[in-house]
Ligand binder design. Structure first.
Ligand SMILES: Nc1ncnc2c1ncn2[C@@H]1O[C@H](COP(=O)(O)OP(=O)(O)OP(=O)(O)O)[C@@H](O)[C@H]1O
Ligand SMILES: [Mg+2]
Length: 283
């Protein structure tokens, strides 16, 4: 098994062997990208949210998508699971073009993905335990003792060991967020999509969630795609950052490259300044 490679430049030289992966057409080398956006355009609500967006996400990396509110970050994640389909372009997940996948293929691709939604998207009629158990019962159809074991283990991981019997209405926003995270990772997906996982959490809990993201990458070798406004989290957990602006990825690089960037738009974003190219009206 290849070592976990944090330095992104080395990923190309040392392809990571993680979950059993499909191989390329010659049957020899695992495909380097697990998620591939090619020229994706999406119009929503009368505006072009994604405008020919291309991005390749490497197997085993943690990539953070940055961008202002309304830039299209959540829309980008929804394309990965096929909740939205592009008007033009393709999205491939583990080699499968999910924009054209038929039911069985789409289902198979989705099972590789855990999605932690921006709102926690818990079902109010079910306890936290049952919400988290849902993918194991519905998709994997595991025997109940195994479900209980896995749910208890995962609730403990996100600091909700005592909250299993509570209903979503009885827990705080931060607890809901963590329950949503537990549900996203319970099926041991190859890819985890985190939409604002630390928003609204206190610093200690944010740090716990960051540790969880790192632990999943290191122990289970998942590929993580993270959307966050929390630059501390972004710099701490990401191998690479991608800046989404006007429907395209305008910069892709390591945290060090972003920190050192003298691009006014990047500097404005990472320092949270109100004045700059990001907030200037298009001329
Ligand atoms: N289902 C939809 N119907 C119409 N417009 C939509 C839909 N989903 C998203 N949009 C629009 O697409 C744009 C991008 O939305 P998106 O949710 O991806 O933003 P975001 O980058 O995630 O922002 P935030 O940081 O506030 O979460 C917004 O203008 C939003 O209003
Ligand atoms: Mg969003």
């Amino acid at each position: 098994m290849a070592a976990i490679v944090k330095g992104v430049d080395r990923i190309d030289e040392t392809p990571m062997v993680v979950h059993p992966q499909p191989v390329d057409y010659a049957g020899l080398v695992p495909a380097p990208s697990i998620i591939e956006f090619s020229g994706v355009t999406k119009r929503l609500g009368g505006r072009t949210v994604l405008d020919g967006m291309s991005l390749q996400i490497r197997r085993g990396e943690t990539l953070c998508i940055l961008g202002g509110s309304g830039a299209g970050k959540s829309v980008t994640l929804k394309h990965v699971v096929g909740l939205l389909k592009p008007d033009a372009g393709t999205v491939k997940v583990d080699g499968v073009d999910i924009t054209r996948a038929r039911n069985g293929e789409l289902e198979a691709a989705r099972r590789k993905i855990g999605y932690s939604f921006q709102g926690s998207a818990l079902l109010n009629s079910m306890t936290v335990f049952d919400n988290v158990a849902l993918p194991l019962r519905e998709l994997d159809r595991l025997p109940e003792p195994e479900v209980t074991r896995r749910v208890e283990e995962t609730l403990k991981l996100v600091g909700l060991a005592d909250a299993g019997t509570k209903y979503p209405a009885e827990i705080s926003g931060g607890m809901k967020k963590r329950a949503g995270l537990a549900r996203a990772v319970i099926g041991r997906p190859q890819i985890v999509l985190y939409d604002e996982p630390t928003a609204g959490l206190d610093p200690v809990m944010s740090s716990t969630i960051n540790d969880l993201i790192l632990a999943l990458q290191e122990k289970l070798h998942v590929t993580s795609v993270l959307v966050t406004h929390d630059m501390t989290s972004a710099f701490r957990v990401s191998d690479r950052l991608a800046m989404l602006f006007q429907g395209r990825i305008v910069k892709l690089g390591t945290p060090e490259e972003f920190k050192a960037s003298d691009d006014p738009a990047i500097r404005q974003f990472i320092h949270g300044e109100s004045e700059g190219p990001l907030t200037r009206e298009p001329s």
